[in-house]
Design a binder for this molecule. Sequence first.
Ligand code: GAR
Length: 210
Amino acid sequence: MKSIVVLISGNGSNLQAILDACASGFIAGQVTAVISSKADAYGLTRARDAGCAAHSLSHQDYQNREDYDSALQQLIERYQPDVVVLAGFMRILTASFVTHFSGKLLNIHPSLLPKYQGLHTHQRAIEAGDSIHGCSVHFVTEELDGGPVVLQAKVPIFADDDAETVAARVHEQEYRIYPLVIRWFCQGRLQQQGNHALLDNEPLPQYGYA
Ligand code: GAR
């Protein structure tokens, strides 16, 4: 059984999809710990309800980003994870942290990368007049939202949508693609090789929506 550590900052609905996928056997792994950057994140309740170790680590208790990430790294290492999953973890990670977990650090981002890196992705897609939007799971590298894409899902944007309706539509797809990618990883089928993601040793396409 693979050990999965999930990092969150908020609601944790993606965490819930991952917990459910582990409970049903879809993912051959176990969420051994959930760590939140915010003490009041609802995802911590989800973690406790599922019987996982739940921690919060506030940046206010650390002098700088390096110290925070170093404490985070040590806490994660207690659980000897096979994979570290960022699920709505709203902090930029230091190069040293990313390098330490290189090849086993996954993120989900609410856009069709490389479009709309950073924040407010749904609003930006609406304002740009996009009719297609989506989400991406990728390996994390030092480049913010820039690591190799593993899987994307597309959703339509309709004329009367607002950021909330689009977010809900994107979320539904996130709950499908993130557990699937983690399943592949736990099956030993998924690897990062530099700027490529390989599934069964074949490079996955890097879609160009920019
Ligand atoms: C998700 O939509 C995820 O893609 C996004 O935060 C949301 C978390 O929701 N992540 C980012 O924006 C990362 N830059 P959740 O807490 O309900 O899973």
